[in-house]
Write a protein that binds this ligand. Sequence first.
Ligand code: NDP
Length: 281
Amino acid sequence: MKTVTLRNGATVPALGMGTWNVGDSADRRSSEIESLRKGLEAGLRVIDTAEMYGNGRSEKLVGEAIADVRDDVYLVSKVLPSNASYDGVRRACRRSLERLETDWLDMYLLHWRGGTPLEETIRAFEDLQADGLIRGWGVSNFDVDDMEEIEDLSGSCQINQILYSLEHRGTEFDLLDHDLKAGVVTMAYSPLGQGGELLQHPALKEIAGRHETSVGPADPAQIALAWVMRRENVMAIPKAGSAKHLLSNVASLEIVLTEDDLKVLDRAFPPPQRKVSLAMI
Ligand code: NDP
C-alpha cells in the first residue's frame, strides 16, 4: 500500500478518510459509521475531522465509529482560526477530545489562517504536545508565503492540508514542491471534486476504461484518487458515505497511471504555467 512518512517518523497509508458533512443526518449515520469501519478493516488509518464540521457532529460520529479500535486510527482534527489564541486552542482541543472520546489526537491542524499571530498558536500546539494531548501539529490552507513564515518560527509543522485535485492543480507550480522539500506532508482535500462534475469528465472515463482493480473495472473516482496519490508524500482524504464508495476508493491504491494516462489528463486538466494563489473551499 502506498504510504507517506511524516517528519516525526510516522508512516501512514496515502489514502485517508474525510468526514466533512458526516454525522449531519440520522438516516445516513449507520452507513457513515460502517464506511469508516470498513476503511479501517481494509488497512486505512487516517481519519480527518474538524471542530467545524457539523459544529462537532462529525467528531462525535468519528468518536463512536472508532471507540473500540482507537489504536488503529491516525486521528486528525482541526481548530478554527477563531479559536487560535493560546487559551482558545487549548480549550478547543479538550472539547474535540471529549467529542471524539479519546485522550489524544495524532495530528492537530490550524484549519486556516486567521488574525492570531502564528507564534501564539504554535506555542499552544507545542504545549498540548508536551502534555500528551496531541502527537503533532500542522496547518491547512497555507500557501508558500504562509509556509515560509511557519518554517521561520518552527521546524515542527508536519502537514499542510490543501485543496488539490485534477480541477485544482495550481499548487503544482510551487507549493507541493515547497512542502516536499520542507518535509511537510501534503494532505489533499476534496480530491474527488466533492463528487461533482469532475467524476463525469470524459478523460477520466477514458483512463478508467484502461484499468482493472481487484473489485472490478476502474471508475473515474479511482482514477482521480490515483492521480492525486501519484506524487511523493501527497495523501488523499476523500469522504465516502457508504462502504461501497469506501471500498472502491481503497482499490484506487492498486492503480498505477501510465505516462500516456498522465498525458491525457494533462491535456484535459492543464497544469499551471505561473503562480496561482491557493484556492480553498
Ligand atoms: P470529496 O472530493 O472527498 O468528495 C466527496 C463526495 O464524493 C461525496 O459526495 C461522496 O459521496 C462522493 N464519493 C466518495 N467516494 C466516491 C466514489 N468511489 N464514487 C463516486 N462518488 C464518491 O470532497 P470533500 O469536500 O468531502 O473532501 C474530502 C475531505 O477533505 C472532507 O470530508 C474533509 O475531511 C476534508 N476537507 C478539508 C477542508 C479544509 O479546509 N481543510 C475543506 C474541504 C474538505 P458519498 O458521501 O455518497 O460517498
